[in-house]
Design a protein around this ligand. Structure first.
Ligand SMILES: Cc1cc2nc3c(=O)[nH]c(=O)nc-3n(C[C@H](O)[C@H](O)[C@H](O)COP(=O)(O)OP(=O)(O)OC[C@H]3O[C@@H](n4cnc5c(N)ncnc54)[C@H](O)[C@@H]3O)c2cc1C
Length: 386
């Protein structure tokens, strides 16, 4: 390996890891930059399990780093989606479908009023829907949810979605076509993956086979498994780089034809119609350690939500039920930055419920850090040591 060779090792092939790899590949300076993604099929990996909802971003320039992460990501998603389709041949089905926010309890109403005020301040359109409009614009919803059961209805025209498993497949395929190397580890190998430093070179080592990969820098994007790896490598949790899994369960129904187009949001639950008639219902929140299995209790909670919200969905075929582990940090803010005493390691994790939404902004920031450039966002609030 020549002095100028720069190899970036990305540990974790979820929305964050693959987006970082893709950003590096699409902006690669020359052939001396190489990229390796290490991934493992951990049960409950989050990006495949998510709903792919992309809420609107602030229209006014915001000094808030979290808002900026959302703005940068959302603004770039149409271009990334088109580019990915061209390179990989896979359509992630990104489209602006609009969203309807429904409050049926006093608590939901209060939080929706707060949300609407915030949207107004940052230029996001969130229109109140009256009874006539509800019946005219959303006839199918209106038959299911009569006007008198709703305390407040808002429509958010700029809400979008993508089909996250396809987005992941497109990222992976495009990366591979653009020369990104992939190392697929099985679950046992993943447990034995270590980092070490030898003569100023940093290495990932498969402790089982003793295979070694030399990289100048690593990105740890292992979602809910981030803290486990840090603990194994360095024997401590590294302050706020602590990430813990929050399980979310999801149901998938199939209608022969699409019934509605807008995402329905109520409280922390939602119903997301795909373009081909599939309908996602999510999601639960539970601390269940690293158990990525769906449960009868989770299914019952979601079916109860459907019963109260759009009961006729229960007549459709229930085609799948799964769970994913959302990577949560202590303050539910993402963790993006170098690990203080291990500057060869950048952590990109803790995106909790918004990792698909914030993936592009995170990728742009991490790629800039790897190349010693100034990231587009002030990352101090996201530092692992905050
Ligand atoms: C039910 C549900 C609904 C959601 N809905 C949305 C939504 O609508 N919009 C949104 O923006 N977000 C949503 N999210 C959140 C979003 O999915 C996550 O924030 C995001 O996927 C996190 O991405 P990640 O790459 O950090 O983690 P992951 O996708 O979990 O990826 C981490 C990867 O690291 C791998 N790995 C672990 N250990 C090792 C190892 N030792 N070696 C190599 N690889 C390893 C794992 O196998 C995995 O592939 C949802 C999540 C869930 C569970």
């Amino acid at each position: 390996m020549s002095e100028e060779q720069r190899t970036y090792g990305i540990i974790g092939g979820g929305a964050i890891g693959w987006s970082v790899a893709y950003q590096l590949a699409r902006t690669r300076r020359d052939s001396r930059e190489s990229i390796i993604v290490f991934d493992a099929p951990m049960r409950g990996a989050s990006s495949w399990a998510g709903a792919g909802m992309l809420p609107p971003a602030a229209q006014v320039m915001s000094p808030d780093p979290l808002e900026m992460l959302q703005q940068i990501s959302r603004a770039a998603m149409p271009e990334w989606s088109a580019e990915l389709k061209q390179v990989s041949g896979i359509d992630n089905e990104f489209h602006v479908c609009g969203g309807v926010y429904v409050a049926r309890t006093a608590g939901e109403q209060a939080s929706l009023i707060g949300l609407q005020q915030f949207w107004q301040e940052v230029g996001i359109e969130g229109r109140t829907v009256d009874q006539n409009r509800w019946a005219r614009q959303y006839p199918w919803f209106a038959t299911q949810m009569p006007w008198d059961t709703c305390r407040l209805l808002l429509e958010v025209p700029d809400e979008a979605q993508l089909r996250n498993p396809r987005h992941l497949a497109a990222l992976r395929s495009a990366c591979q076509k653009m020369g990104v190397e992939t190392r697929l580890l099985d679950v046992d190998q993943a447990a034995l993956l270590m980092l070490a430093t030898d003569e100023d070179k940093h290495m990932a080592i498969d402790w089982g086979t003793e295979e070694r990969w030399r990289c100048e820098q690593f990105v740890l994007a292992a979602g809910s498994w981030t803290s486990r790896l840090l603990q194994r490598w360095f024997g401590e949790l590294h302050g706020s780089a602590a990430v813990y899994p929050i399980k979310g369960e999801m149901l998938l129904f199939k209608s022969p034809a699409p019934l509605f187009t807008a995402i329905l949001n109520t409280g922390t639950r939602y119903i997301v119609p795909r373009l081909d008639g599939h309908i996602l219902v999510g999601s639960t929140e539970q601390e269940a350690g690293y158990c990525g299995e769906p449960t009868a209790a989770g299914q019952a909670q979601l079916l109860e939500f459907v019963e109260q919200t759009l009961p006729s969905l229960l007549k459709l075929e229930l085609v799948q039920h799964w769970a994913g582990l959302r990577p949560a940090s202590f303050d539910q803010m993402p963790i993006i930055g170098r690990l203080g005493d291990r500057p060869e390691l950048i952590v990109a994790s803790g995106h909790f419920r918004s990792g698909l939404q914030w993936s592009i902004g995170t990728a742009l920031c991490v790629a800039a850090l790897l190349r010693n450039e100034t990231p587009p966002i002030d990352l101090r609030v996201f530092q692992p040591s905050r």
